[in-house]
Design a binder for this molecule. Structure first.
Ligand code: GLN
Length: 307
């Protein structure tokens, strides 16, 4: 079968199953299987593809028809120009979250220590370290399985020498148990810790970033099947009013953010006012809401006052 025929069959199958963005996903899956890019459909649509490629493409199309997220089929998602490995244990990095990273980057200086609370795939922390100089960071998550994904991403994207749990390309300690002290001893720039929010965290940080679960529990059954059935509910459910994690993170900031340190939180489009209010109550100054590229409230940030 030709490249063009395969694409049209895939597209029609996805459209027939009511999959959103059927055309795009059919093309992206075909490019993934064949190692091609978007020009191939226009320029080389008449080229025959192998039986193996056809079989693999049909397998992925069947998965996508079953509403498995595209990124779980390919195992990767681009974020901040980097390619992150993902699986069902982590939230697939969202483009909206790049706004949080960009805001934090604007305020990052050499030598700062960053805490990424609910790190998931590690996309926020790894991007911050990739695009800055000489900063160090800890990623915390309650899920050991998520941390295994984050650790793999850090090794691949920052290099083994940046990873506190690696030495000479070999794992020397359980990455999930490596705390910041170990990171400093070992000259690693990044470490991960399995922790229920601040429970296992020691010391203070110059910047705390977080994209915590913030969906109201009652809204979870109404989410798209890709999210509801395939992404970890632990990474989504923010409690009855969606604000549980913001309250708990703000409680921990007193003991773990330096005076004058900054907090950056991703929020849902309708949580700007509520979360800014929580920051102000907690003693944060210069509290601001930043919009995403769709013009929706997406990030709340503030600076912790001294004293
Ligand atoms: N920090 C990760 C992300 O932004 C995971 C967030 C989460 O699990 N809620 O993608």
């Amino acid at each position: 079968m030709t490249y063009g025929e395969l694409y049209r069959r895939g597209r029609d199958a996805l459209e027939g199953a009511g999959v959103p963005e059927a055309e795009l996903d059919a093309r992206l899956l075909l490019e993934w299987v064949c190692g091609t890019d978007r020009n191939d459909l226009l320029a080389h649509g008449d080229r025959e593809r192998s039986a193996g490629e056809q079989e693999e493409y049909e397998r992925l199309i069947a998965g996508r028809k079953g509403r498995i997220p595209l990124q779980h089929l390919t195992g990767v998602q681009a974020f901040m120009g980097l390619e992150f490995a993902v699986d069902g244990h982590v939230l697939v990095p969202r483009q909206d979250t790049e706004v949080l990273v960009e805001e934090a980057l604007r305020n990052l200086h050499d030598g700062m220590r960053i805490l990424d609370m609910c790190t998931g795939s590690g996309c926020i922390l790894i991007s911050l370290l990739h695009y800055s100089n000489d900063c160090r960071g800890v990623g915390a998550d309650i899920s050991g399985e998520a941390l295994a994904v984050a650790r793999g991403n850090a090794e691949r994207l920052l290099g083994a020498s940046a990873c506190a749990w690696m030495r000479d390309g070999t794992e020397v300690l359980d990455g999930c148990g490596a705390d910041l002290a170990c990171a400093e001893d070992r000259q690693g720039r990044i470490s991960f810790i399995e922790s229920d929010l601040f429970h296992g965290i020691e010391g203070r940080f110059d910047i705390i970033v977080s994209n915590p679960p913030y969906i109201r529990s009652g809204e979870i059954p109404g989410l798209m099947p890709e999210v509801r059935e395939h992404e970890p509910v632990l990474a989504l459910d923010g409690g009855e009013d969606g604000l549980d994690f913001y309250r708990r993170i703000l409680e921990g900031c007193r003991a773990h953010l330096c005076g004058g340190g900054m907090l950056f939180l991703e929020i849902g489009y309708d949580q700007g006012e509520a979360v800014s209010g929580l920051l102000e109550e907690a003693g944060f100054l210069e509290v601001a809401v930043v919009k995403d590229y769709a013009g929706l409230d997406r990030v709340v940030c503030g600076t912790l006052g001294f004293g």
